[in-house]
Design a protein around this ligand. Structure first.
Ligand SMILES: Nc1ncnc2c1ncn2[C@@H]1O[C@H](COP(=O)(O)OP(=O)(O)OP(=O)(O)O)[C@@H](O)[C@H]1O
Ligand SMILES: [Mg+2]
Length: 248
């Protein structure tokens, strides 16, 4: 098989028809099994195009998730290669996110519970801020929309025939569309794509009919959940966002 990507905690291999996500030894086994279960729940209970789960197992002492390979280009690649048409790809990107959010997949973790647990366990956020963020989170309505949780152009593959597939379901939950949009906004911002982040937010608000200010109220919360990952180069940037508490 060919190595197609290398990350801190895993390598990704491909052959003609399959993709193997091969995790480093010592990576949390429950996280890996949870990712496979999440992918499988989305495959079974949503109307979306997602890669079929083929196998979960061990290869030389390392856990592997084996899935169907989707032949095509990610929206990230298309945005880079064909940057004149970036607006067209951003439109498609938002339309696909809205199509995801139309689904309901029972049994997935609830976003408010997941975020509450993360914030309560955070050791790098001061207690006052934590308290305020938890209050705000509790005040948010309970929704059951399918939230990808890591929705970014590198996780959407467009086939030659135009069919669109969404990959990388490790962080999927059920919950609030605004939280998922705030997370996407933050992913663009962390990547230093501020202009695209703003364009995305305006377009998502327009197409979803959700007030932009409502999505922005989630930004400090999602920034705080990202902070708990403790990635050194992100900490300063994230603390700025966490402290923008005044979106009313
Ligand atoms: N089923 C698939 N078919 C085709 N390509 C895939 C598939 N799964 C993963 N890839 C490719 O491998 C890359 C990384 O896979 P994935 O998104 O699942 O892992 P990741 O750890 O989240 O990586 P990233 O940091 O890029 O998001 C994708 O951006 C895509 O290019
Ligand atoms: Mg990915």
């Amino acid at each position: 098989m060919e190595l197609i990507a290398k990350r801190k905690n895993k390598e990704i291999f491909a052959d003609k028809n399959t993709i193997v996500k091969l995790y480093n030894e010592g990576h949390s086994q429950s996280d890996i099994l949870n990712e496979a279960l999440n992918q499988s729940r989305v495959e079974e209970y949503s109307n979306l195009n997602v890669p079929k789960l083929i196998e979960v197992g061990k290869i030389e002492n390392r856990w592997a998730i084996i899935s169907e390979k989707i032949e095509g280009k990610t929206i990230s690649e298309l945005m880079k290669e064909d940057s004149e048409n970036i607006d067209k790809y951003l439109n498609l990107f938002v339309d696909v996110q809205l199509a995801i959010l139309e689904n309901e997949v029972p049994l997935l973790n609830r976003i408010k519970e997941k975020f509450t647990r993360k914030l309560e366990n955070a050791t790098n956020i001061d207690e006052n801020t934590k308290y305020e963020l938890l209050q705000r989170l509790q005040g948010m309505k309970n929704h059951q929309k399918l939230c990808h949780g890591d929705y970014h152009p590198s996780n959407v593959i467009v086939k030659e025939d135009g069919a669109v597939y969404v990959i990388d379901w490790a962080h999927v939950t059920q919950g609030n569309a605004s939280a998922d949009a705030a997370r996407t906004y933050l992913l663009f911002s962390i990547d230093k794509q501020e202009e695209l982040a703003e364009k995305y937010l305006n377009l998502f608000a327009e197409k979803s009919g959700i007030e932009k200010s409502h999505i922005q109220r989630w930004i400090p919360i999602v920034a705080a959940t990202q902070m708990t990952k403790n990635i050194p180069e992100e900490q300063e940037f994230l603390s700025k966002w966490i402290n923008v508490m005044d979106f009313e």
